[in-house]
Structures are given as C-alpha cells and as structure tokens.
Design a protein around this ligand. Structure first.
Ligand code: SAM
Length: 258
C-alpha cells in the first residue's frame, strides 16, 4: 500500500530507472546517499555499482524490509528517520568525502529538503532528484521567463542546476497527478557576492511575494528608489525581470542600511 502522507509514488519503469542511474554515473567509492528508497527501485541498481550505499527512509514498514535486506547485504546501510532531520555533515565526515545525494523525492517535502541541503554546511558534491516538473522548471528558469521566481534566484545563488529529462506519471505506481522531471544540482558559491544571506533571501521573498508590483513598491521598507537606481536596477522594474546578480546588489545595499 502506498502511503500518501509520505508522498509515495514508486518507480517501476525500467527505462526511466536506467536513465537516472546513468545520469548519476556512480563510481565504486562514491559516498552515495539515497533519500526515500521505498521498495528499492533505484536502490538495487545503485547498490550494484558502489561499495557502500546509505539510504534514509521514514516509513516503518519499508524500513523493516530494508533492514532485512541489509542483514544479508553489508554494503547497504539503512538510516531510519526523517530526511529533513538528518545530520548530513556527520555522514560526510564519516565518509571522508563530499556526499552524492540521490532520490525520487516525496514531493510534499522536496522544497524544504532542497533548501535545508543547500543551506547546510555539509560538503555535498552533487544531487540528482526526481521532482515535480513544475518545480524543476522554476529551479532552472532564466530571468524574464514565465517560470522565473524566488526559487530560481535562490537556487542560482547556491548551485548549478540542470534539468535532465521529464518523466510521465505512467512510470510510477500509483501515478502522480503531475509530470515529473530529474534535476542535477551541483552546489557552488555564487558568481556574485552576497554579504548577508538572510537579507538576500528576505529581498527575493519581498520582491516575488508582490511580483506584480514594481521593485520600488515591493522593496520600499528596505530601499529607496535612489538606492535601487544606484544598484543599476530600474525602480519601475518588476521582480521577474531582475537577474540573480542584480538581486545580490539590491540585497547588499539593503544589508548596508541595516
Ligand atoms: N525511491 C522509491 C522509488 O523511486 O520507487 C520511492 C520513491 S517515493 C516518491 C518517496 C519515498 O520517500 C517513500 O519511500 C517514502 O516513504 C519516503 N519518504 C517520505 N518522506 C520522507 C522523509 N521525510 N524522510 C525520508 N524518507 C521519506
């Protein structure tokens, strides 16, 4: 029985599973962690390629089956718990190398999980996640495009994001109501300076919460029209047309005024 509250949509299409594994291209010594292994659709082919695989699962019934599996498979380490509450830094330290995270994520926790991972100090080499296609579109959208928003800017400041391929509902059981897509995220420092990450996040939240408003209005509690102009941004512009680098200039100006 698939549990809705744990966002369970199990992959069954071989072609899609093979494509995800090929995109990850696991090497034997890679410290791979799978989030939400479920019945093991990705776990099994990954385990065939690496010396050790850690999996994080929250559902007790699935954990029992995974533990039974691990009893005969010393390369499989089952971490029972909530992927949102795991200390990834400690795992990276034990592994001695930056982590590689993978998963067909439960869509209900994908946004908070992504932000927690990108904000964490844990060394992460890359992440390959199956997400709602609409979320992946927003993650990789360039300034000025329809899908461009807070998520696009927040991701651009923290990682290189690439949409790899789309997956239809028929690849899962039960089929989700939405299209899915696989994204690759490679954390890296931004190409622009961010003086205060909290102010940066606050500025993009304010700007996109009121995306129909001009920046002059949306950011009026933080910056004057003159301040905005001094950042080489037109005060009459709307958030959806402002690049991540320009948001960094605005946020740095706002941080300097605090
Ligand atoms: N990887 C499997 C597959 O592709 O068939 C299962 C994918 S299913 C979309 C999501 C999995 O994440 C389920 O096994 C679910 O129980 C697990 N899960 C849900 N919330 C979780 C959480 N907070 N922490 C860890 N695992 C979670």
């Amino acid at each position: 029985m698939a549990r809705k509250r744990f966002g369970q949509n199990f992959l069954h299409e071989r072609r899609v599973i093979d494509r995800i594994v090929a995109a990850i291209d696991p090497q034997p010594a890679d410290p791979l962690i799978e989030i939400g292994p479920g019945h093991g659709a990705l776990t099994d082919p990954l385990l065939a390629l690496v010396e050790r695989l850690r999996v994080i699962e929250i559902d007790r019934d699935l954990i029992a089956a995974l533990n039974a599996r691990a009893a005969n498979e010393p390369r499989l380490e089952v971490i029972a718990g909530d992927a949102l509450a795991i200390d990834y830094g400690a795992i990276a330290q034990a592994a001695g190398r930056p982590l590689r995270l993978v998963g067909n994520l439960p869509y209900n926790i994908s946004s908070p999980l992504l932000f927690a991972l990108l904000a964490s100090a844990a060394p992460i080499r890359d992440m390959h996640f199956m997400l709602q296609k609409e979320v992946v579109d927003r993650m990789v959208a360039p300034a000025g495009s329809r899908a461009y928003g807070r998520l696009s800017v927040a991701i651009a400041a923290r990682a290189e994001a690439a949409a790899l391929f789309d997956v239809g509902p028929g690849a899962f059981s039960p089929p989700p109501k939405v299209q899915s897509a696989v994204v690759r995220l490679v954390p890296r420092p931004p190409a622009f300076e961010i003086v205060d990450q909290r102010v940066f996040d606050g500025v993009i939240t304010d700007a996109f919460n009121q995306r129909r408003k001009t920046l002059r209005n949306a950011l009026k509690n933080r910056l004057t029209a003159d301040d905005i102009e001094a950042c080489c941004v037109a005060p009459g512009e709307r958030a959806e047309r402002v690049s991540p680098a320009a948001f960094a200039r605005l946020a740095n100006a706002a941080a300097a005024k605090r």
